[in-house]
Structures are given as C-alpha cells and as structure tokens.
Design a protein. Structure first.
Length: 60
C-alpha cells in the first residue's frame, strides 16, 4: 500500500512509537512519559496535516 507523502522514516517512526507504547508501564508514569505522549500526539497531528495537504489539497 503506497500512501503519497508517507516516507520510510514515517513508517519507522510509527513502528517505534507502537513498540514504545506497548512497553510503557501505564500504572507508573513519569514526567518523561507524559512528554513522550505529547510529542507523539503532536507528531501524529502534523503527519495527518501533511498527508491531508499532499493527498487532498494538491489533487484539486
């Protein structure tokens, strides 16, 4: 499946995020874990905006 605008580094980042989130101890979160969650959420939002612009706005 080829998503236009999605790089190999984006796929690698998604895989690493999933691995880190699976291994996180949610009953004992530290400040660094909260920072990680915010950064991941920001990255996912920015990825969504980039893919939207690449696939929807540029097709018009």
């Amino acid at each position: 499946m080829k998503i236009e605008g999605m790089n190999k580094s984006d796929w690698l980042m998604l895989i690493l995020i999933v691995v880190i989130l699976i291994g996180t101890d949610y009953s004992n979160l530290q400040t660094l874990d909260y920072i990680l969650f915010v950064c991941v959420a920001f990255w996912v939002v920015m990825l969504g905006i980039r893919l939207y612009v690449t696939n929807v706005k540029n097709k018009r």
